[in-house]
Design a binder for this molecule. Sequence first.
Ligand SMILES: O=C(O)CCC(=O)C(=O)O
Ligand SMILES: [Fe+2]
Length: 270
Amino acid sequence: MSVDVSEKRAQFDRDGYAIHEDVLDAGLVAEASAHVDWLVKKHPELRPENLVHTLVAKDPFWVRLISDERLLDIAEEYLGPNIALFASHYISKPPEDGQPVLWHQDGSYWPLEPMEVVTLWLAVDDSLPENGCMRVVPGTQGMELHEMKPSTDTPNVLNSQIDPELVDEERAVDIVLKAGGVSVHHPNIVHGSNPNTFAIYRRLRGLLVSLGSARFCCGVKGSRALMSICRGRVMWKGSIWRFAGVRRGCRWDVGGVVGSSRQCPFEQVD
Ligand SMILES: O=C(O)CCC(=O)C(=O)O
Ligand SMILES: [Fe+2]
């Protein structure tokens, strides 16, 4: 492990997050930027903060971006060589009306087992306190996962939040990133973001990529998940899943193809 990588790893272990600067080149970031704008236009029915994973399946550029080797190399530092992607989400906050993400823990939304997961947050624009950058409470990755409560009093992206009593907001830090930089956070860390209140035109657009490691049980009752095996070999628990029309046994099944990104449509069998 190079010094730089081990320092980031040490920060992640201590604080629950780490920052990797200058990950993607300006050319790909410009393509991602055009892509978010295209998606926003194409989906006027969706809030721009909520361009979520279900749009991936028919979107070649999205697949290209979320399986970029530079993102996977970062993920590998935290997860090891076997990597599955189970969720990605563009968040685009328009100026003045960009919605906040209330305090939450990612892991509480995911019925995953084991919770060997990290989320990468890729800055498509410079991400600053003024345009509503992500904020984390360092050290809270040691906190157990709590149930998120519905919260709709003010418009917000997740319509839910952790019990505010559990959040020491004074300890929160801003994750400031230049476009093309990436932050990585732990599934238990308490984090969120303020609204985009920038009075002059300054959007905030980012891409969240949530990745898990070698053994994977991914299922939300009554919903469909779309998982990609991005690197190495990944096992999934097949007891409640139909894969390619075949009901799998109650054991860890091997999936994944070395060196390729494979789309695996999973359908739950009740
Ligand atoms: O971008 C934000 O405001 C929050 C992102 C987030 O919750 C996440 O990356 O898990
Ligand atoms: Fe989150």
